[in-house]
Ligand binder design. Structure first.
Ligand code: NZQ
Ligand code: ZN
Length: 379
């Protein structure tokens, strides 16, 4: 077991109507809030009006910044950062999915920084402070509501990359599963894939951590069981709640304690696909994972057999991979490049981007040969 520090400062409020406590909680951090949101889902659901009304009634000035896109772009972060500085906001409320919350994290650090927020992502600078961030999660997937990561895309730099920094943990996250009832089938499925992928990435990190393995298996089983049922009944509150809780626990430190890092090679390749083709994050992972597992078959057979046995009661790796692939397909997430309309004519482009990003992971430094093989396996 590797040494570890386990410290998660996020206060989670989970269940129906938990956002009632939002105004009083926001007031602890000041009375001018930047409300960050996406391209309209919170307006359609009524969450936007409800939040603005609640906060305004409590004497809090709301400065809205909407339009954050999926696979969020640095341009929006820069614009919102300038707005936040000009309006002298003291606290950020992010209402949406991972893209909105990740952007809010970068904005919160950017407001207290003199330079370009992209500096945090290309390693030029480290955030040394951030405004307090409160989140209202509307899509169960990324775990960003309870972690210190933000993933932002910069087309100009040709990168989609993550910042991990303790200052960007949300201070409070409000998780009312009712808000996820409107998530359409495709993004519901991508969220399930994402939460399972987070657990798998950590499972393939360095070091033996048997209890963390058991947490991982439990979350994977919950993802598959509740996920299968949810795809049949998208309006079911309890199933939405189970997936929401599972996705939060999948990437908040619980599954990585006792291990160094994770693998994260699959995510790195997924980010390449999202950068090039705007592939939704979860869809990129269900394309890459089966290929990655096939590539790993010969390299880490014992670990793969253990996983497949715990998950599918088979030690046969190929059967296990087939079952996982079948699960992804059954919920409607693609398992091949061609499944999302990416043809063989894009292989060189993908390869070049993987080389440029120096994509790698714990289990191998991916070489050009490996890249080739993976791309073939993904096709
Ligand atoms: O923009 P709006 O109108 O809000 O619509 C969104 C968007 O179109 C919609 N949506 C969200 N909540 C909804 C809803 N539609 C109906 N009803 C609701 N309640 O769903 C679409 C996708 O939203 P997005 O936020 O992009 O999805 P997700 O939560 O999957 O976030 C993906 C981003 O998070 C990053 C990914 O790379 C990607 O950029 N990740 C962040 C991580 C982290 N911070 O720890 C870890 C992950 O591995 C991941 O990399
Ligand atoms: Zn992910």
């Amino acid at each position: 077991m590797e040494n570890f520090v386990l410290h998660n400062p996020v206060k989670l409020h989970f269940g129906k109507n938990v956002t009632k406590k939002l105004p009083a909680t926001v007031r602890e951090y000041g009375n001018r809030v930047l409300l960050v949101y996406g391209r309209g889902s919170i307006k359609q659901s009524g969450l936007y009006d409800q939040t603005v009304e609640q906060l305004t009634a409590a004497g809090i000035e709301v400065i809205p910044y909407g339009g954050i896109k999926s696979n969020p772009k640095i341009e929006d972060v820069r614009e919102a950062t300038i707005m936040g500085k000009e309006k002298d906001v003291t606290v950020i409320v992010a209402a949406g999915g991972g893209s909105v919350i990740d952007s809010a994290k970068a904005i919160a650090a950017g407001i207290l920084y003199d330079g370009d927020p992209w500096d945090f992502f290309d390693g030029t600078a480290k955030p040394i402070a951030a405004l307090p961030i409160l989140t209202i999660l509307t899509l169960a997937a990324t775990g960003t509501e309870m972690n210190a990561n933000a993933v932002i895309q910069n087309k100009e730099a040709g990168m989609k990359t993550a910042l991990k920094n303790r200052h960007i943990y949300p201070v409070h996250s409000f998780l009312d599963p009712s808000y996820t009832l409107t998530v359409p089938a495709d993004y519901t499925a991508y969220g399930i894939v994402d939460l399972m992928s987070h657990v798998l990435e950590q499972y393939f990190g360095k070091g033996d951590a048997p209890l963390s393995d058991q947490f991982a298996i439990a979350i994977l089983q919950e993802g598959m069981e509740a996920g299968t049922a949810l795809m049949e009944n998208l309006n079911n509150y309890l199933l939405r709640a189970r997936i929401m809780y599972a996705s939060t626990m999948a990437l908040n430190g619980l599954c990585s304690a006792g291990r160094k890092n994770g693998d994260w090679g699959v995510h790195a390749i997924g980010h390449v696909l999202s950068m090039l083709f705007d592939t939704p994050h979860g869809a990129s992972l269900s394309i890459v994972y089966p290929a990655w597992l096939k590539l790993m078959r010969e390299r880490i057979p014992d670990r793969l057999s253990e996983l497949m046995f715990d998950l599918f009661k088979t030690a046969d790796i190929d059967t296990g991979i087939y079952k996982l692939e079948h699960f992804f397909t059954s919920i409607g997430s693609p398992v091949s490049l061609k499944g999302t309309g990416i043809g063989k004519n894009k292989h060189t482009m993908i390869l070049n981007q993987m080389i440029k990003n120096k994509v790698n992971g714990n289990h191998l430094s991916l070489t050009e040969d490996n890249y080739h093989t993976l791309i073939q396996l993904m096709q």
